[in-house]
Design a protein around this ligand. Structure first.
Ligand code: GLC
Ligand code: CA
Length: 557
């Protein structure tokens, strides 16, 4: 694999509203981020993906942008942002912005103009269509957040398309003026010094001509007509050639329903590369079908096969992303690990399971201290529009409140959006306000950054060690990938090789003690054990009883 600066980065994702509040209004802000840059640096990260900080009415917490070239007063000012950029760069930390261009907020001036009249110059910035004769929407598309994909506007007697919330009208990327706006937005931030973009649902930006009906499913109906639209390549190439290629920056695209083949098509190195790497969702479905709400028991087989598939398929062709958490999914320990008895052990094991693989790692705020799901019991306590919409839809289908709440407690994105737990003082040290903007997980008295910093055996200190090892040994980042014991129901075992160095990784996903036997041809020596989540004594390493959620990393050569 060729070396590129973005391949060696460790990216820390910040969801600003819940990160750290510096002015005591209960809302996380840029000042709070600046105050924690040393913490992020100390963790070993050297890049930050900042979830949206633009002005927004917050129907989808920042993913509904009302002005792409400013900072929300909730978070500070443009000058504060410039200070953040300066302070981050001074510490060798890059910053990428969240670029949400599939849709805007319905309070964006373009949308407000577009609905004034059909001859308004902004009218064609969006998908305005006449309904069917019987007062039905133009087609049967449904929102990804559940509910209809179209909303009617009386004044125009037309409908507008929104693949997400009602307040997130889709931009018409087929209009060259819209693409010019996008390029201006990119240049605005890149000229200021930003290091790139995470591009929100970027594969949805081109819709099939004529907007035909989709295969009838209750959520995201129509997706086959925009998950890989006819002009996607063309538009991404335009953004790259006209803007991105002229800056020292990198991009990571977010793409629901992404496959390795499709990712390679978009990110293979060479002149046709559209984006540097993609986020896919497949490995996040080892305990659900397609959405976090359609739950099933965690399947190690599914996790392993997805992780390994992407490692193998992209090797030597395109660059992987590695993540287990972000603002859209519940906390990983509560899903694939054990957030009670073995929280610490399983948290460390999960870190090993993905941070020893090839690609650029992403770590989501709070993941590094093993934050867990909050499991809010009543729908009124939730803030997330997707959770609220699913609730409404499921009630409509006749499901009981109790039933839906038991799903939401596990599946809601709000589980990942509770404020970061900095210490055991009031409000977890997140804010000096009487009341934070959102519920704080009551387990903050035990789980918090301060106590993890002090404890040499904490999850946080384990992440630090692992990141340091990754930085010191290129085999972590660039090695090839070979899985062992594929059929094991307890272990995820793999090796990586580069220039005569071999990394050998063992992760037990069992909450019981299980016997491990090294595969043929592998000789594990205690001397080569560079990281483990238990204090393993010097025993035979080729055969041992692995403790619950035990993880071991060996390095040879
Ligand atoms: C992406 C974001 C998510 C948002 C959605 C619509 O999936 O990560 O938070 O709700 O796009 O913008
Ligand atoms: Ca604040």
């Amino acid at each position: 694999m060729s070396k590129d600066f973005y391949k060696d980065l460790i990216v820390y994702q910040i969801w600003p509203r819940s990160f750290c509040d510096s002015n005591g209004d209960g809302i996380g802000d840029i000042g709070g981020i600046i105050s924690k840059l040393d913490y992020i640096k100390d963790l070993g990260a050297d890049a930050i993906w900042l979830s949206p900080v633009y002005p927004s009415p917050n129907h989808d917490y920042g993913y509904d942008i009302a002005d792409y070239m400013d900072i929300s007063p909730d978070y500070g000012t443009l000058d504060d942002f410039k200070t953040l950029l300066f302070e981050a760069h001074r510490r060798g930390i890059k910053i990428i912005m969240d670029l949400v261009i599939n849709h805007t907020s319905n309070e964006h001036k373009w949308f407000i103009e577009s609905k004034k009249s059909e001859d308004n110059p902004y009218h064609d910035y969006y998908f305005w269509r006449k309904g069917k004769s019987d007062k039905k929407p133009p087609n049967n598309w449904k929102s990804t957040f559940a509910g209809p994909g179209w909303t009617y506007d009386e004044h125009l007697d037309k409908w507008y398309l929104h693949l997400f919330a009602v307040e997130q009208p889709d931009l018409n990327m087929d209009n060259p003026k819209v693409r010019k706006e996008v390029k201006d937005i990119m240049r605005f931030w890149l000229d200021m010094g930003v290091d790139g973009f995470r591009e929100d649902v970027i594969t949805f930006i081109s819709k099939k001509e004529g907007l035909p009906d989709g295969f009838p499913i209750p959520v995201a109906c129509g997706i086959e007509h925009y998950k890989k639209g006819p002009h996607l390549h063309e538009y991404l190439a335009e953004f790259k050639d006209d803007v991105l290629a002229h800056y020292d920056c990198f991009t990571v695209g977010e793409a629901p329903m992404m496959t390795p083949e499709y990712a390679i098509e978009l990110t293979a190195e060479g002149k046709d590369q559209r984006l540097n790497m993609m986020f896919h969702f497949e490995h996040m479905q080892a305990d659900c079908f397609i959405t976090d709400f359609l739950q099933r028991p965690f399947s190690l087989k599914k996790y392993k096969s997805s992780m390994s598939k992407w490692q193998k398929a992209l090797y030597g062709k395109a660059w992987n992303t590695l993540y287990l958490e972000n603002h859209d999914h519940p906390r990983i320990i509560s899903r694939y690990g054990d957030d009670k008895k073995y929280r610490v052990e399983s948290g460390k094991m999960l870190a090993v399971s993905y941070l020893c693989q090839g690609g650029t790692p992403f770590i989501y705020q709070g993941q590094e201290i093993g934050m867990t799901n909050i499991r809010l019991p009543e729908i009124e306590m939730y803030e997330d529009v997707a959770t609220k919409n699913v609730y409404k839809m499921a009630r409509g289908f006749g499901l009981s409140d109790k039933m839906i709440m038991s799903l939401a407690k596990k599946a809601s994105r709000d589980n990942a959006r509770t404020p970061v737990q900095w210490n055991d003082s009031k409000n977890a040290g997140f804010t000096a306000a009487e009341k934070p903007w959102f519920h704080i997980n009551p387990n903050y008295t035990e789980i918090n950054v301060e106590s993890d910093l002090e404890n040499p055996n904490s999850i946080l200190n384990f992440y630090k060690k692992l990141i340091k090892l990754r930085r010191e040994n290129p085999v972590f980042t660039y090695g090839n990938f070979k899985e062992h014991m594929e059929n094991s129901k307890d272990f995820y075992v793999y090796e990586r090789n580069l220039d005569g160095k071999k990394l050998f990784v063992i992760c037990s996903f069992s909450n019981k003690a299980v016997r491990f036997k090294a595969p043929k041809g592998i000789n594990l020596e205690y001397e080569n054990l560079i990281l483990a989540n238990y204090n393993s004594r010097k025993t035979s390493d080729n055969e041992f009883t692995a403790k619950p959620y035990e993880a071991r990393v060996y390095l040879f050569g």
